[in-house]
Design a protein around this ligand. Structure first.
Ligand code: ADP
Ligand code: MG
Length: 233
C-alpha cells in the first residue's frame, strides 16, 4: 500500500509539473510565433526586423531554459565534472541576460577577481547563475542596479549577486527553493531556485541570502577553490 501511495504522489507531482512546464513553455513559444508572423511582413524596416529577431531568440532561449530546469529537477546529478573558469562562465551568462536587463532598465555592474576556478558541471553552473540573475532582474520591474562580484581566497571562491529590487519577507525567504513556490503567478514556475540549490549542493557549495523588502536581495555563493587545489599538487 505504501508503495502505491508513493507512486500516486509521484504521479501527482509529475502531472503538476507537466501543467506548469507546458504553460511556461507555451508562453514564450506563443510570443515567438507572434513575432515570426510579424517578420513575414515584406516591408519591414531592417531595424524592426533585427529587433523582432532578437525577441524571437530571447523567447526561444527562455523556453529552452524551462526545459533545462525541468531536466535538472528530474535528474539532478552532475554528469560532466571539469574545471570551471568562474569569470568566463559568468560573463557568458551576463551576455545572455543583457537584453532582458536593458529592457527592464537594469544596469549591470560586474566586478570579477582575476583568478578563480571551481570544479563541477559547467553547463549546470551556467544554468544556476542564469536562474539567479534572471530572478534578480525580474525583481526590478522598474529598473535598478544589479551587482555581480567574485572574490577569491586560497580556500574558496565567493560569487555575490545583488539587486536593488522588491526583496523578500522572512516568510518568502523561508520558502525560497520549495518546488513550485513562486510569487509571479502565471509568469513563474517556482523551479528556478530549487534547481539552484540542488546544483550548488552537488558542487559542494554554499548559499546565503539576505533580503529586505523594497531594498533588495543579496545572494552569496561560496565554492571550494579548485585553482589553488591544482597548484598545490
Ligand atoms: P520563479 O522565478 O519561477 O517564480 P524561482 O524558484 O526562480 O521561481 O523563485 C521563487 C520565488 O523566489 C520567486 O517567485 C520570488 O518570489 C522569490 N525570489 C527569488 N529571487 C528573488 C530576488 N532576487 N528578489 C526577490 N524575490 C526573489
Ligand atoms: Mg526564477
Amino acid at each position: 500500500i505504501r508503495e502505491n501511495l508513493v507512486r500516486t504522489e509521484k504521479l501527482e507531482a509529475v502531472e503538476q509539473m507537466g501543467a506548469a512546464i507546458s504553460h511556461e513553455i507555451r508562453n514564450p513559444l506563443t510570443a515567438a510565433i507572434g513575432f515570426v508572423q510579424l517578420l513575414q511582413e515584406q516591408r519591414l524596416p531592417p531595424r524592426k526586423r533585427a529587433e523582432y529577431l532578437s525577441i524571437v531568440k530571447a523567447e526561444l532561449e527562455s523556453a529552452e531554459q524551462v526545459i533545462q530546469n525541468y531536466l535538472t529537477f528530474s535528474k539532478p546529478s552532475l554528469d560532466k565534472i571539469e574545471e570551471i573558469n568562474v569569470k568566463k562562465e559568468l560573463m557568458q551568462v551576463m551576455n545572455i541576460l543583457k537584453p532582458t536587463a536593458n529592457q527592464n532598465s537594469v544596469e549591470i555592474n560586474a566586478h570579477f577577481s582575476l583568478l578563480g576556478s571551481i570544479k563541477g558541471d559547467r553547463q549546470k553552473f551556467h544554468q544556476c547563475f542564469l536562474n539567479v540573475i534572471k530572478n534578480s532582474i525580474e525583481a526590478m520591474p522598474r529598473g535598478g542596479q544589479l551587482y555581480i562580484e567574485t572574490h577569491y581566497s586560497i580556500s574558496q571562491i565567493t560569487i555575490e549577486i545583488k539587486d536593488t529590487g522588491v526583496g523578500m519577507t522572512s516568510d518568502q525567504l523561508q520558502r525560497l527553493g520549495e518546488p513550485y513556490y513562486s510569487t509571479k503567478g502565471s509568469k513563474g514556475t517556482g523551479l528556478g531556485m530549487m534547481v539552484v540549490f540542488s546544483i550548488v549542493r552537488a558542487m559542494d557549495g554554499n548559499v546565503r541570502v539576505k533580503s529586505e523588502v523594497d531594498k533588495g536581495t543579496t545572494f552569496s555563493f561560496t565554492f571550494p577553490n579548485y585553482s589553488s587545489e591544482v597548484h598545490r599538487e
